[in-house]
Design a protein around this ligand. Structure first.
Ligand SMILES: [Zn+2]
Length: 245
């Protein structure tokens, strides 16, 4: 790669970026370093999480925790992480964790949010990623990606889809670009080594999810690229990008 090739995110003006993912911590795990880079480049980032992650129980979850109390904690963890990343606002759709289905109802809800926020750049995840490095990719991730892509095309930019949204005042809007994170079929790879520490700092805000901090830091070292040297690690985030303009 030479420095003459413009970076795929070298937009010439501040972009409105909407990140639609399933759970608190998905933005940071899937593409937090890229989001941090975009925030520091002057772009405006909004998060929309479809659930509050109320079933995100694990070995270190206290016995007295309930889904409702975990939900409340994860709101705050996500807001803190978004603040570290530099995202400007965080919204929740409050669908029950684990039960996302990419049906017409969810598609309509996402079309409404795309038309409300009018993003230039929409970020979601690849719905075709079934086998993740850690096992089976969470069904909510796949459902979210599917619902978002189905909302983008052909519905969000067309007046004849969901006309009830028009009567609510939501005019058609098609994002310029859709960036799918957590993909096994990337066409865009960013070297985000210089933002990796910010991603880690943001992930550390999700205290209910990461377990012991030192073990977590150690685990995250496995994300370095294969050509990394021990003393000089390199990190990438990969996307499938679809461009409409
Ligand atoms: Zn998730």
């Amino acid at each position: 790669m030479t420095n003459d090739i413009p970076s795929p995110d070298a937009w010439d003006s501040p972009q409105r970026i909407l990140v639609v993912l399933a759970h608190p911590d998905d933005p940071e795990f899937f593409c937090g370093a890229t989001l941090a880079r975009w925030a520091r480049a002057g772009h405006h980032i909004t998060y929309l999480l479809l659930t509050c992650g109320d079933k995100g129980f694990n070995d270190s979850t206290p016995a007295e925790m309930t889904p409702d109390s975990l939900c409340a904690i994860r709101y705050e963890e996500q807001k803190a992480a978004a603040h570290v990343i530099g995202a400007e606002s965080v919204h929740f759709m409050d669908i029950e964790d684990g039960y996302l289905v990419p049906d017409l109802n969810l598609r309509r809800e996402i079309v409404r949010e795309i038309r409300r926020h009018k993003p230039d750049i929409l970020v979601t995840c690849d719905p075709q990623n079934l086998f993740a490095a850690y096992g089976i990719n969470h069904p909510d991730h796949r459902a979210c990606g599917q619902a978002v892509l189905d909302a983008v095309f052909p519905a969000a930019g067309s007046r004849v889809f969901f006309p009830e949204l028009l009567s609510e005042g939501f005019e058609p809007h098609l994002p310029k670009e859709v960036w799918c994170s957590l993909t096994t079929q990337p066409n865009t790879i960013l070297d985000i080594t210089d933002m990796w520490h910010i991603k880690l700092e943001a992930l550390l805000q999700h205290k209910t999810q990461i377990g012991e901090v030192e073990k977590f830091r150690e685990r995250m070292k496995s994300r370095r690229t294969e050509d990394s040297a021990e003393e000089n690690p390199r990190y990438e985030e990969k996307f499938r990008v679809v461009k409409y303009r």
